[in-house]
Ligand binder design. Sequence first.
Ligand code: GMT
Length: 381
Amino acid sequence: MKIGITCYPTYGGSGVVATELGLELAQRGHEIHFISYAQPIRLRGEEPNIHFHEVEVSRYPLFDYPPYDLALATRMAEVAQLYDLDLLHVHYAIPHSVSAMLARQMLAAGPRKQRLPFVTTLHGTDITLVGLDRSYLPITRYSIEQSDGVTAISNYLKDRTQRVFDVRNSIEVIYNSVNCDVYRRDPATFAKVRAEYAPNGERVLVHLSNFRPVKRLTDVIEIFDRVHKKIPSKLLLIGDGPDRSVAEWLAVQKGIHGDVLFLGKQDQIEEKLSIADVMLIPSELESFGLAALEAMACEVVPISTRAGGVPEVIEHGKSGYLADVGDVDTMARYAIDLLSNDDLLREMGKQARAAAKERFCSTKIVKQYEDFYRRVLERSA
Ligand code: GMT
């Protein structure tokens, strides 16, 4: 198949999922065309069967708000025509599915009357935050209903979309996936990188996010503070975002900033991730929790909140631990129990990897998307 993929190309779960899916599809022989304002961060740009088409947005003085969605729709239609795309797959409803809808209409009305069905994958904040803003809700609902196929990354998100948006078309749940060959614990990297960050044999905790308020970064610091009082340990913070300075300040106030390492945005996160013992994800809401899955694949035990779709990913007491949002004491207790028991830590790490491989391995999930695309193409033929 010839597939156009649109996503947010910067750091963020939906862009990562879209890029990894494109890479898997390309490996399976499909021709993949990424269409976005920048090259997705996890693309090197030289992979076989992968093409990138940049969307240029004109910045005339008249435009206080440059119309990206229109430029995107135009580029989608151009690429679809030039490369004879079979379908478009857009990740994140706003504004991507609206642009796809316009591109489909433009091509259908054009001289070749080309069909361009599009699939929308809902990732979470497009529904739970952005889509609930009154100014976006009607158009988000409309573009979801107009999609030729809709998928959601968890049952939680599917139910919430149906309940809150009252959309009539069916939504298929296709879970996020992880490349288990890339995300794994490599003994040589483990020994080398771990010694850099924990030279005195300290335990290592990690957090990975875009540091937005929904991630509750200060809870990460609170949990680590409790753990640090009992166990010599280091906290690696991967990512960046608006709550970084408040977290830095809290770490200073608590006198633990020397052991809290802000690593910033990283390209090859698997190297850093796989050297940790435990990942902390105390989010207010996660529709899936891709970071938890990536940790699990690396045998890093996730400790998270039972928010949104997370319980569909982490099995409490087996592949990780779950607690209520804001219950930093319980999350710290789980971390202390794990970090003071080598056997338990190793056993849960193995269980976590086994669960990631069995249920969320990208080689399995990519086939579900292929099937879904075929059904969409048959329906719209
Ligand atoms: O959570 C974010 O800040 C980013 C957002 C995104 O669009 O990248 O993440 C959402 O999509 C991820 C990939 O499907 C999910 O793993 C996250 O749980 C989801 N975030 C929320 O629902 C808050």
